[in-house]
Design a protein around this ligand. Sequence first.
Ligand code: NAI
Length: 301
Amino acid sequence: MLEGKVVLVTGAGGGIGRDFALAMAAAGAKVLVNDLGTSVKGEGASGGPAQQVVEQIRAAGGAAAASTDSVADWASANRIVQAALDSFGRIDAVVNNAGILRDRFFFNMSVEEWRSVIDVHLNGSFYVARAAAPHFKAQESGCYVHMTSTSGLVGNLGQANYAAAKLGIVGLSKSIALDMAKYRVRSNCIAPFAWSRMVGSIPTETPDQQARVEKLKSMQTAKIAPLAVYLASEAAREVSGQIFGVRANEIFLFSQNRPLRSVHRDGGWTPETVASHAMLALRAHFYALDRTQDVFSWDPL
Ligand code: NAI
């Protein structure tokens, strides 16, 4: 489905990203395998993971090149896109997948923990997408796939930085879809569920957390890739501005925020009538303080 296309996958040295790179190559794409080779927390760097995936693709007869620059900086994000152009002469799809975790309850979260997660996920997704945009605009084609998370879409404990970044990515994706539709450029999000080292770092101190992680263990990273390959292909030319989820053999389409219910009062509101009228009417539609496992309460299929 991707013959002749050049696909850039960030964070492709391991986990979900490695399976994206392998599946894109198997579908005929030339793949720029970007990975900083860092820890789950974003500490340290190594060229090994990206190079190993490149070798795996080449051994299977595919075409790939490695990039070890960080997504979390404007200059290095430009070098990542340039590496795809230098290696393969064009760029057709960007998969914003690189990520780190610095979980901490909100009341204890440091500015550094907040900033580093926003830098890699939200700023990194913007930098890499923005660096590719002039090429997509000039050729009047292109596609973005961004990784979001139910941590942002639904909620999880101890992930204020990550949830904010991942919901920010949803807004970024929608804005790209709107701004670049006239250049036939598409942008979509995937919220994956898969057992990777990142999920292995989720704290398992409470029975709730233990139950969540046990379920995640049964979900393979390779199960996310078919949807990403499809989204990068011409078969998805009508698909933009959407939020999908993949969990083992299930694919979800997520809702997007729209007014749910409204109340109106002639002559306007006072704080007292907000309490005695508006909230009584709206309360029946309030959302519970759900976390991901409350909404995805059944076992993966
Ligand atoms: P992972 O930790 O296995 O892979 C992330 C990769 O990103 C690593 O190879 C790492 O070296 C690379 N990376 C980190 N910072 C980087 C930077 N600044 N520049 C370039 N590369 C960098 O994690 P996993 O689970 O494969 O996650 C992939 C994506 O999916 C992430 O965006 C994550 O937030 C998202 N996700 C994963 C879920 C899951 O269930 N595994 C759930 C929801 C979202």
